[in-house]
Design a protein around this ligand. Structure first.
Ligand code: GDP
Length: 426
């Protein structure tokens, strides 16, 4: 398989887990290049359900090597839990899972700061973070005060833990938030460093050596384009770059070694947490999509906001990521909609039309989606195994979406199981 970047094209939860699983079967090395354990990939295979947070789902495939890249942030305690839960399901990560020495760590004090900061914000200023410390950990990275995975091997590590906990406690006290117990954190991280030591590696050298040896590399992103710290709906975004550029900076594999970009996009739109969402449906149709699509967070169980497909978002994602192929998911969720709307552009209250996503949220707040309508197919699709066998109206819908956003269709998913994945050129 050519070296491939896989990105989410919307606000995350596009069903990347399943598409990654399909592409993984053709890859040798799978790299998670950004984000933390706030994301969740759900993979259903052989009748078993696995929810992975930070470890690439490639770990479910025997013989595949998995890397947590330097662009990700890793909570040692979460990762240990994830390793243990895989073991309990009969999967042994040891010898196949490598964590970059350069990956920054999410520590308990980042979590405490995350929760306390979100609690301090007025209701219109809340980011809607998952409270897992991801933002403060990336903040520490950029502020050059973070701890990296390589530091777990340093004799100074526990001293750093003590100092950081004490200085965080001073901040928490000034905010009136509960403080952390220094000694118990020192004890917890002493043990964590021992447990994780066998997985620590120079993954930049590892990934590039694998590439030179002709292995195929799959770089998987978490979240999605509209949550990108640079290209998303700032400040209602994640703290890293899920877009394709982030795959290079987050892994150390240079751009010239990337052969193609696959964008995963749902046949409608969802978003978790606060922030703009032009095609949101707050009515019974939105609720139908939520129930039928199981639109509840894999990690947090939070209900997702649901709405019609937004081709402005799709076009923007195609542009920012350079999408070559689309993997479209969850077509079956629209099976019982008599009429389906597609947003083709936005129109501002003074009549100005937007074909591309505005960066200014105050502009976005004045915009309404311009819709076109298509007839629904009113037929179950989730047993379909060949694209040609789909109802004509379902194919017309999919083809209209691709025409609106550009690129080629590579995968169409019509159900949660691995088997319900129609492959066209991917
Ligand atoms: P991710 O965050 O993008 O990786 O999204 P998840 O992997 O958490 O996927 C969201 C949910 O959608 C999971 O429960 C999947 O099993 C489910 N899913 C994926 N593709 C399809 C599909 O084509 N149809 C239906 N009905 N569910 C799907």
């Amino acid at each position: 398989m050519p070296n491939t970047i896989l990105v989410g094209a919307q606000w995350g939860d596009e069903g990347k887990g399943k598409v990654i699983d399909v592409l993984t079967s053709q890859a040798d090395v799978i790299v998670r290049y950004q984000g933390g354990s706030n994301a969740g990939h759900t993979v259903i295979t052989g009748g078993k359900k696995y929810v992975l947070h930070l470890i690439p789902s490639g770990i479910l495939h025997p013989g595949k090597q998995c890397v947590i890249g330097n662009g990700a942030v890793m909570d040692p305690l979460d990762l240990i839990k994830e390793i243990e839960s895989l073991r309990a399901q009969g999967i042994e990560p040891s010898g196949r899972l490598f964590i970059s020495t350069r990956t920054h760590m999410v520590m308990q004090w980042h979590r405490a700061l995350d929760a306390a900061d979100e609690a301090r914000r007025s209701s219109d200023k809340k980011i809607g973070t998952t409270g897992r410390g991801i933002g403060p950990a990336y903040g520490a990275k950029v502020g050059r005060s973070g701890l990296r995975v390589g530091d777990l091997l340093s004799p100074d590590f526990l001293g750093e833990v003590k100092a950081a906990t004490e200085s965080t406690n001073a901040i928490l006290t000034s905010w009136g938030a509960p403080t952390l117990d220094v000694q118990s954190l020192v004890d917890i991280y002493r043990q964590a460093a021992i447990t994780l030591k066998p997985y620590i590696a120079d993954t930049v050298a590892y990934v590039n050596e694998a590439d030179r040896a002709g292995k195929s590399i799959l770089l998987e992103g978490a979240q999605g384009t509209m949550l990108d710290i640079d290209f998303g709906t700032y400040p209602f975004v994640t703290s890293s770059n899920p877009t394709s550029g982030g795959a290079c900076t987050g892994s150390g594999l240079p751009p010239r070694r990337i052969d193609r970009v696959v964008g995963v996009i749902k046949c409608y739109t969802t978003r978790v947490g606060a922030g703009p969402f032009p095609t949101e449906l707050t009515d019974a149709t939105g609720e139908q999509l939520r129930q039928k699509g199981g639109e509840f967070g894999a990690t947090t169980g939070r209900p997702r906001r649901c709405g019609w497909f937004d081709a402005v978002v799709g076009r923007y994602a195609a542009m920012v990521n350079g999408v070559d192929f689309w993997a479209m998911t969850k077509l079956d969720v629209l099976d019982d909609q008599p009429v389906i709307k597609i947003c083709t552009a936005y129109e501002r209250d003074d009549g100005v039309r937007y074909e591309t996503f505005p960066s200014d949220l105050s502009v976005l707040a004045r915009c309404k989606p311009v819709y076109e309508e298509m007839p629904g197919w009113m037929t179950p699709t989730s047993q379909t195994t060949r694209y040609e066998d789909l109802p004509l109206k379902a194919r017309a819908y999919v083809e209209r979406l691709v025409a609106l956003i550009g690129g080629r269709l590579g995968i169409l998913s019509v159900g949660p199981a691995r088997e319900t994945t129609l492959r066209m050129g991917l």
